[in-house]
Design a protein around this ligand. Structure first.
Ligand code: SF4
Length: 389
């Protein structure tokens, strides 16, 4: 475990965003803090406006009061968001913003809007059908609207130079995270899955300049501890918009598997795509292309694009990383994931890749029965390895 003071600070921000927001406000008086929802929010525009954009995570508190506002068949993340809104746990934000994502998240943001009429909630309707000829114009229009919202919130104009700098800052931070994920896929076992989730989650919470400086320090302190071992190499797939519980990630590796890649929101899905900003290019155009291209780099079941498919991407990802098995982490009642899952299963079966579906619940999962299922997957996968001569 590559512990260091820098890693401690990143971990603290990931696990207690509220405390980080309080510190940041103290150090940046007069600047606003907004809560944003995963996955499509263009945080570069917030950075350009001098606003701290904090992805609102599942804070893993039991759903109490919020239970009254959303049906039981909404996913745990959205019910937790409703509970946060109902109990004032979003009151450290000056506004809440979301870019189109899924129906259930819309429901949660409506609850936030209804319960707190002092915190503005802005819903940016980004086009979800990305193959349409009119998609680029629609995306540009909505990105412009986000820019306008931030100008209204802060009372200052966002210049192209502000945007250009924000894009560079965010790209640099994502690039280092991507490098760590790529190194893991290539066999580097320096960071455990829990540590990598903390590194990525902290990037979704912190000022990207501060995050990057700490990340550089944490990576340097970790040194060169690449240990490749014989455990079964697995790819984690799913959890589109919040982190799997730490104990779940730990039990996966305790069962004889090593996580080599993922497509989690708190992993590759966040870090995969940089804003493709050319020297002469309008930064707003580049931010619009980022939105469209991230679905090509790593397809999302909430978007529609005829040229790409999550199942094809997943099979290719296992080939790139040498993953021997796939573990699907599906939050209970996550409709986009449920709708895609049969296709994922079919493609992996056709490619002869062992897989296991784990349905996760906000309230937790029985770890001992899960351990048995994971050990069975490990055994099954080990038996496929060629016998040693
Ligand atoms: S994508 Fe799934 S987990 Fe995320 S908010 Fe929608 S239903 Fe919930």
């Amino acid at each position: 475990m590559p512990d260091s003071p820098a890693l401690d600070r990143l971990r603290a921000a990931a696990r207690d965003p509220r405390a980080y927001v309080a510190q940041w406000r103290e150090a940046h008086r007069g600047h606003q803090v907004v809560g944003v929802m995963p996955m499509n929010f263009p945080r570069e525009i917030a950075v350009a406006a001098g606003v701290l954009a904090v992805t609102i995570t599942d804070d893993q508190q039991p759903v109490g009061e919020g239970r009254a506002y959303l049906p039981e068949f909404y996913c745990g993340y959205t019910r937790n968001l409703a509970d946060q809104a109902a109990t004032g746990r979003l009151d450290h934000f000056d506004a809440v913003l979301l870019a189109d994502h899924c129906i259930q998240l819309l429901g949660a943001s409506d609850v936030a809007r209804a319960l707190d009429d002092t915190t503005p909630v802005f819903f940016g309707m980004l086009i979800s059908s990305l193959s349409d000829t009119w998609a680029p114009a629609k995306i540009a229009e909505m990105m412009g609207q986000f820019r306008h919202e931030f100008e209204q919130l802060t009372g200052r104009r966002i210049t192209d130079a502000d945007l250009r700098e924000a894009v560079e800052v965010c790209n640099r931070d994502r690039a280092l995270l991507r490098r760590l994920l790529d190194e893991r896929a290539a066999g580097d076992a320096t960071w455990s899955p829990v540590e990598l989730v903390d590194l990525v989650t902290s990037a979704q919470v912190m000022d990207p300049r501060e995050h990057h400086a700490l990340l550089v320090e944490a990576v340097a302190a970790a040194g060169d501890t690449r240990v490749r071992d014989d455990r079964v190499r697995v790819h984690l797939s799913g959890h589109l918009c919040h982190a799997p519980r730490r104990e779940l990630l730990e039990v996966i590796e305790d069962s004889g598997a090593v996580v080599v890649d993922d497509d989690l929101w708190t992993g590759r899905r966040f870090a995969q795509t940089a804003v493709p900003l050319g020297e002469e290019e309008d930064p707003m155009d580049a931010i619009g292309r980022w939105y469209a291209e991230r679905n090509v780099d790593l397809p999302c079941p909430t978007r529609v694009q005829h040229e790409v498919d999550w199942d094809v991407w997943l099979v290719e990802a296992t080939r790139r990383s040498g993953a021997e098995a796939v573990i699907h982490l599906m939050p209970k009642f996550c409709e986009p994931h449920m709708l895609f899952y049969p296709e994922l299963r079919k493609s992996l079966d056709a490619a002869d890749i062992p897989q296991l579906l784990v349905e996760t619940e906000h309230e937790g999962i029985p770890l001992e029965s899960l351990r048995t299922r994971l050990e069975a997957l490990v055994e099954r996968t080990l038996r496929r390895r060629p016998a040693h001569v």
